[in-house]
Design a protein around this ligand. Structure first.
Ligand code: GLN
Length: 486
């Protein structure tokens, strides 16, 4: 096995025994990137020199002892997370040359623990999209089938992990952007409870929905990365002050007494039969592992897409007002007046999807429409949260599909934004409710494209998701994730 093929847990063992150094592991990943990224197109920036320097430092840290599990482990980072001294473009021309003077809290945490940052990966512009085709620079491809989307908006994160270019990645999830690409690329992805992971230094899309989380090759690695990034942060007023559990301890076999709910509304029309059968098989194996399966209802599911696309666009229109060419980022230098400069900077700096969202959001917030749109959407959001509260009175974890279909061809849906919005139906409710959600590989379509299974739990019950995810992974016993990139 080549070093780049290792999971984080396997690498940890080899690093601890001295069989492998972080420099060797990092070099192996850098070579892999050189070999396949021309095709996968996940990386926007590869920080070779810095990564090797961090690897050497990790090797020194290790000899001193008392190190964290991620010490010496090479990771990729979604380009929406601020990295000091490294361009953070958010997939946008607007920030093409933006070099943050500070690290996001999660990056600071990773660095303190000795993790190695290989570079920044592609994404939909400002995280708006479901296929990463809205990236202003390049479109990452699905390592399982080139020419197919890797999902979005954290498509570069998912593609880089699935293509074995790095051992794990950090992404962000506002309406499914970690879970959906994880599902389409056959890896594990978790959106934590709102408030569990600090978002300081995450460029804001929709502040009441955004969360940072890991994308990894398996559930064990997901627990390791969650442990590394969770916790209260004074710099994020929405971060929650509470004890962070060690999620490693949840990785135990057997689900006796666990109640798993199957939300009826998540299996409706439009669900691809292959996706349905993969999820049904997942339900069967959980039953075999001792879980009790019950049918539950989330009656307001039909409203989720409309509510999300009002709230997310309204918040985005406000968050993106700061890109005016004055403080930082792109500025049109030809403009003759201040108003022209604003107009031209925003016209040239933003891509079509971002402009569409700003227009929708501004409209929804405008005087006379606020009550009908934003306020109404916020009220329905509470009903969606109530649905989950009721469901979690009956069960511990919900199981469902992540995306209604496997990955599609690049270009196939670009002219139909509404069909992309509708494909978010199964993931956005977790963001509206603030609950944790996870995608675990479930199987493959007849075309060899991965299909994920979604688990959702009550607030701060990441431990339950880890436990069910771990059992699912064991019981399904899928062959090791090895796409042939050609
Ligand atoms: N696909 C959704 C959107 O376009 C979710 C994106 C995300 O989670 N960042 O808004």
């Amino acid at each position: 096995m080549k070093p780049y093929e290792l999971t984080i847990a396997q690498a940890m063992e080899q690093l601890a025994s001295g069989a492998l150094s972080s420099r060797e592991l990092t070099q192996s990943c850098l070579e892999r990137i050189k070999a396949v990224d021309g095709k996968v197109k996940a990386f926007l920036t590869v920080t070779t020199e810095q990564a090797l320097g961090q690897a050497d430092e990790a090797d020194r840290m290790r000899t001193r002892g008392g190190i964290s599990p991620l010490c010496g482990v090479p990771l990729s980072i979604k380009d929406l997370l601020c990295t000091k001294g490294i361009v953070t473009s958010c997939g946008s021309r607007m920030l093409e040359a933006y070099v943050p003077p500070y690290d996001a809290t999660v990056i600071e945490k990773l660095k303190e623990q000795g993790a190695v940052i290989l570079g920044k990966v592609a994404m939909d512009e400002f995280a708006m999209g479901s296929s990463s085709e809205n990236c202003a620079f390049q479109v990452p491809e699905n390592p399982w089938k080139l020419g197919f989307v890797s999902g979005g908006s954290s498509g570069g994160s998912a593609a880089s992990v699935a293509a074995l270019e790095c051992l794990g990645s950090l992404g962000s999830d506002t309406g499914g952007s970690i879970r959906q690409p994880a599902s389409l690329c056959g890896i594990v992805g978790m959106k934590p409870t709102y408030g569990l992971v600090s978002r300081y230094g995450l460029v804001a899309f929709a502040s009441s929905l955004d969360q940072i989380g890991p994308l990894t090759r398996d559930v064990t690695d997901c627990a390791l990365m969650m442990n590394a990034i969770s916790g209260y942060d004074l710099k994020d007023s929405t971060s929650v002050q509470r004890q962070v559990p060690d999620l490693n301890e949840s990785l135990t076999e057997g689900l006796q007494g666990m109640r798993i709910g199957v939300p009826r509304e998540y299996f409706g029309a439009g669900l691809d039969p292959e996706v349905r059968s993969v999820v049904n098989q997942g339900i069967e194996v959980l039953k075999g592992a001792g879980a009790k399966i019950i049918e539950v209802s989330l009656p307001h599911t039909d409203y989720c897409v409309a509510v999300y696309y009002l709230i997310a666009t309204a918040e985005a229109s406000s968050n993106l007002a700061r890109y005016d060419g004055v403080s930082y980022g792109f500025r049109d230098l030809e403009a003759k007046s201040l108003m022209d400069m604003y107009r031209e900077t925003r016209s040239q700096g933003f891509g079509p999807e971002v402009k569409r969202r700003i227009l929708i959001g501004t409209y929804a917030l405008s005087a006379g429409y606020y009550d009908a749109y934003y306020k109404k959407a916020s009220q329905v959001r509470t009903l969606i949260l109530d649905d989950f509260d009721r469901a979690f009175g009956q069960c511990d974890v919900l199981i469902s599909p992540v995306v209604p279909t496997p990955a599609w061809k690049i270009g196939e849906k670009v002219d139909d934004p509404l069909s992309l919005y509708l494909s978010d139906i199964l993931t956005i409710s977790a963001n509206l409710a603030g609950i944790p959600g996870m995608s675990v590989p479930g199987g493959f379509s007849h075309q060899g494209l991965p299909i994920g299974i979604q688990l959702q739990g009550p607030h701060f019950r990441e431990d339950s998701l880890m436990k069910v995810g771990y059992n699912l992974e064991r019981a399904l016993n899928l062959p090791p994730q090895r796409p042939k990139i050609s």
